[in-house]
Design a protein around this ligand. Structure first.
Ligand SMILES: Nc1nc2c(c(=O)[nH]1)N[C@H]1C(S)=C(S)[C@@H](COP(=O)(O)O)O[C@H]1N2
Ligand SMILES: [Mo]
Length: 251
């Protein structure tokens, strides 16, 4: 085979193998392999960091002022009805790819294994604050629900629409199953030793201490185990993700 031809065939094969690179990068082999290397190292860093704990603080570090952000007082009628009697009729629905779907009252959730942690919250808008959170360990609740092997993501559907209309897009978020099983991932119902305030997500909000604030869904209505979130809302895995934010918001 003449060398030129060989090079051409190899070149075509390499271009196919590098299918993950974008069109600009594909025009330069070097740029493309750098991009590949970066993706591989990001993946292995995340795998190595799977069990790492976010820093925890002491009582004396708790911020005197922890601001509430995003929705602070949902107006959806289903939420208002539950709020009116102190969330006594609230049920957390957990369904999707599980053997044992759950419907849990706040009393039942409070009776589940819990964790308390003093952690720092970082909002993408540039503020941070430290608070103490107590909540049910999501890993234990997932054990109870018996997650099917094909489930890859945990989706949190919330009561609030940011435009406060009845049919506005409601907040939602998603994380992968290993992140949901992390020791510090809790469904919080207490903040600084008090019942979780409405402004901070009552009756139940996610605490996910190694990612940015927007991942931590407040006002959780339902949790669904899915194989993919392509079919949900804008398909990017979260309210803000559908509007351009990154799905993985590790800090
Ligand atoms: N349901 C819902 N969850 C949400 C939001 C929201 O608007 N609605 N805002 C997010 C953002 S951007 C941040 S920083 C935190 C704010 O939590 P806080 O109100 O306890 O400060 O909640 C996150 N979770
Ligand atoms: Mo935020």
């Amino acid at each position: 085979m003449i060398p030129e031809r060989r090079g051409l065939i190899l070149g075509a094969g390499a271009a196919l193998a590098l299918g993950g690179c974008d069109r600009v990068a594909r025009t330069s082999g070097l740029q493309c392999s750098l991009k590949k290397a970066e993706q591989v190292s990001q993946r292995s860093q995340r795998a190595l960091a799977r069990d790492r704990l976010a820093p925890e603080y002491e009582e004396k570090d708790i911020s005197s002022d922890f601001r509430a952000n995003g929705s602070v007082d949902p107006q959806a009628s289903d939420y208002l009805a539950l709020k009116a009697n102190g969330f006594r009729d609230y049920r957390l629905i957990l369904d999707g790819l599980v053997e044992n779907p759950l419907s849990l009252s706040m009393t039942e959730i409070r009776a589940r294994p819990s964790r308390t942690q003093i952690t720092k919250h970082d909002c993408v808008e540039g503020w941070s604050a430290i608070a103490k959170w107590k909540g049910a360990r999501l890993s234990r609740i997932l054990d109870e629900a018996r997650v099917k092997p094909e489930a890859r993501f945990v989706v949190f559907y919330c009561f609030d629409a940011l435009d406060q209309t009845e049919d506005g897009d409601r907040y939602y978020e998603s994380i992968d199953v290993p992140e949901a099983r992390h020791e510090q991932t809790i469904l919080a119902y207490e903040m600084n030793d008090q019942t979780l305030p409405i402004a901070n997500g009552a009756p139940l909000r996610l605490r996910l201490e190694r990612q940015l604030g927007y991942k931590m869904a407040k006002y959780i209505k339902r949790i669904e185990l899915v194989e993919s979130f392509d079919h949900i809302a804008g398909g990017k895995g979260g309210y803000w993700e559908d509007r351009g934010y990154s799905w993985y918001a590790g800090i």
